[in-house]
Design a protein around this ligand. Structure first.
Ligand code: SF4
Length: 386
């Protein structure tokens, strides 16, 4: 008997494909470049085994969303993607309306595979366009031009019911005006969903070396704020308001898979370096698999799964994660779920102070961060979780 305040939010499957054609200088994801062809058949067998193993631990779920992320999953053959979807469908029931997303790089080579992905069962693509400006694409280490990216967007629009693209802003020297114009250009391509990330310098990346050597800059706080504000202004003007701090969509076009994370649902993480949150009994397990692709492969071949880290979250940790994820959303959280996770209520004095400062809004069963609170979201969460 499962009794846990997570089950009503849905069940998702995340599949990580860890390979990329080259490493982007800003990227700290689990992505690896191989100069020999990747043995997709062998990886497929391992994906199948890990899916079957996970389903044996959490049987009887109905999958509401599937997400192929990476790395660059658009380097997978459509047959590999189709076979993984078949394995998921064999392990659990899949909701006929499930959202099935694949992240793709917008090169012409990858766009040629789009029709095959559609036939395999993908119904949404998320394109890593990143910039609509050739010199910046080059600086970001991207392998496509603006023309090529927009060509891939057109092909995606003709094949998939739904598509999204990602852009990175706050790039070296970018002004709010230039960013606003670029965003308007992006929206003119009838996109229903945009993920807009501020460039951050991540430890261990090539950009960090350049930053430390003074060769690239990031905007100061004031410019960063102006870039954030223009992002909200332009997206709202064209009917794509933020539903999450970095994600904008037409009403109804929100990413259901990402909503599942932010609403603190249950999800299985399959593949190298994938994270999962599994509900067994009335406990929530945090799982993480081996990151290195070939080591993961051998581990799955030996053990049937690649999980190397697993812990039962304490009620305190669940409460913290619930706030951390849920308060990123414009809709906020239901404080009663926090109580169900932790057995305690949020501190009324802290709530009152944040409300008086105009950083949160509390309205019966909803607690949400205000537009004034979003730029200082981490501080708001830290205050509530303390
Ligand atoms: S394509 Fe994506 S995952 Fe691969 S290196 Fe570039 S940013 Fe990272």
């Amino acid at each position: 008997m499962i009794d846990h305040p997570t089950r009503d939010v849905g069940f998702g499957v995340y599949v990580h494909w860890p390979f990329c054609a080259s490493k982007c200088p800003y990227c700290d994801f689990n992505s690896h470049v191989r100069h020999q062809p990747v043995d997709q058949e062998r990886f497929l067998t391992a994906f199948r085994r890990e899916i079957a193993h996970t389903a044996s631990r959490i049987p009887g779920r109905t999958v509401t969303s599937i997400f192929f992320g990476g790395g660059t999953p658009s380097l997978m053959k459509p047959e590999t993607v189709g076979a993984i979807l078949d394995a998921i469908g064999g392990a659990w029931a899949v909701d006929p309306k499930a959202e099935v997303t694949l992240e793709a790089n917008p090169t012409s080579v990858e766009a040629e595979r789009f029709r095959g992905y559609r036939r395999a069962g993908i119904n949404r693509v998320s394109l890593g366009v990143q910039a609509l400006n050739d010199p910046d694409l080059k600086r970001l280490g991207r392998m496509h031009s603006v023309d090529e990216a927009l060509g891939a967007v057109r092909i995606a629009a003709s094949i998939f019911e739904r598509y999204s693209f990602d852009l990175i802003y706050a790039r070296s020297g970018q002004t709010p005006q230039a960013w606003g114009a670029e965003l308007e250009q992006a929206i003119s391509h009838s996109v229903e969903h945009l993920s807009l990330y501020q460039l951050t310098i991540e430890p261990g990346t090539w950009f960090q070396r350049l930053y430390d050597a003074g060769k690239i800059t990031v905007p100061d706080e004031e410019t960063g704020r102006a870039l954030y504000d223009i992002t909200q202004e332009v997206c709202e003007k064209y009917g794509l308001p933020a539903y999450e701090i970095s994600n904008h969509a037409k009403p109804g076009a929100e990413s259901r898979h990402n909503l599942l994370y932010w609403r603190y649902g249950e999800y299985a993480g399959i593949g190298p370096g994938a994270h999962g949150r599994l509900v067994t009994g009335n406990a929530r397990l945090a799982t993480a698999t081996e990151k290195h692709p070939e080591t993961w492969l051998e581990l799955v071949e030996r053990e049937g799964h690649g999980v190397i880290d697993e812990e039962v979250l304490t009620s305190e940790a669940e409460g913290d994660e619930f706030l951390l994820m849920g308060l990123r959303l414009k809709e906020g959280v239901d404080p009663r779920r926090f109580e169900a996770f932790t057995g305690r209520t949020l501190n009324p004095r802290r709530l009152r102070n944040l409300e008086e400062e105009g950083l949160i809004q509390v309205n019966g069963t909803r607690l949400a961060v205000t537009p004034k609170g979003f730029p200082v979201l981490n501080a708001v969460i830290a205050e509530l979780a303390a």
